[in-house]
Design a protein around this ligand. Structure first.
Ligand SMILES: *[C@@H]1O[C@H](CO)[C@@H](O)[C@H](O)[C@H]1NC(C)=O
Ligand SMILES: *[C@@H]1O[C@H](CO)[C@@H](O)[C@H](O)[C@H]1NC(C)=O
Length: 181
């Protein structure tokens, strides 16, 4: 299994109040944290608001322990009530296994991951990764169009929290805060 997501979707559906209209996702904040600064560090990590309709995320991680031959990630979505509360079970992806085969593209979350990787990163190849990792101008518009079709979340404030591992050791966290309206 590259991705354990059945409960992920079920919970969101139970969460209810799903909108039929197209919803709009906007980035509000991003936090990148190097849990293991001997392994990697973030050279930059920001949201840029070009104008009302064009906002994007860019980040660059300098990798000190190349080559990376093993990478995985956990994603969890939280919604803000008084504080941020998880509304999904953490979904996991074995990045190197997935990039080696590009299988399971029928899974919408994996397909989104694949599309982001192809269009907005320098990681669109099989492991090992022997270079710095870059996300280059990922627009909120792109995520809004693709993501809200996959997981139609009700309007609110959300955090998309990802934890990145190599050889099962936590190396970094990236948290993207967004508003869905
Ligand atoms: C926003 O900026 C982008 C990139 O510079 C441009 O292509 C687009 O036309 C702009 N949109 C508006 C509404 O100004
Ligand atoms: C990555 O490392 C973890 C922990 O050693 C292991 O469980 C996992 O199978 C590895 N993945 C690959 C694709 O080798």
């Amino acid at each position: 299994m590259y991705f354990k997501a059945e409960k992920f979707f079920v919970l969101v559906i139970f969460f209810g109040n799903i909108m039929e209209n197209a919803s709009k996702l906007e980035f509000t904040n991003i936090k990148c944290h190097a849990t293991d600064p001997a392994f990697l560090n973030f050279e930059y990590c920001f949201i840029k608001s070009v104008n009302r309709s064009y906002k994007y995320i860019s980040l660059k991680a300098n990798i000190y322990k190349v080559p990376i031959t093993n990478a995985s990630a956990k994603l969890q979505i939280s919604r803000r009530f008084w504080s941020y509360m998880p509304i999904t079970i953490a979904a996991s992806i074995d990045v190197c296994k997935f990039m080696a085969s590009k299988k399971n593209l029928a899974n919408p979350m994996l397909r989104l991951f694949e599309e982001i990787t192809t269009s907005y990163t320098n990681t669109n190849h099989k492991c090992p990764y022997d270079h710095d990792l870059v996300i280059d101008r990922l627009p909120s518009q792109f995520l809004s169009e693709h993501f809200t079709n996959i997981l139609p979340l009700p309007p609110g404030d959300y955090s998309f929290n990802s934890i990145w591992y190599s050889k099962n050791i936590e190396r970094a966290t990236i948290c993207i805060y967004s508003t869905i309206s």
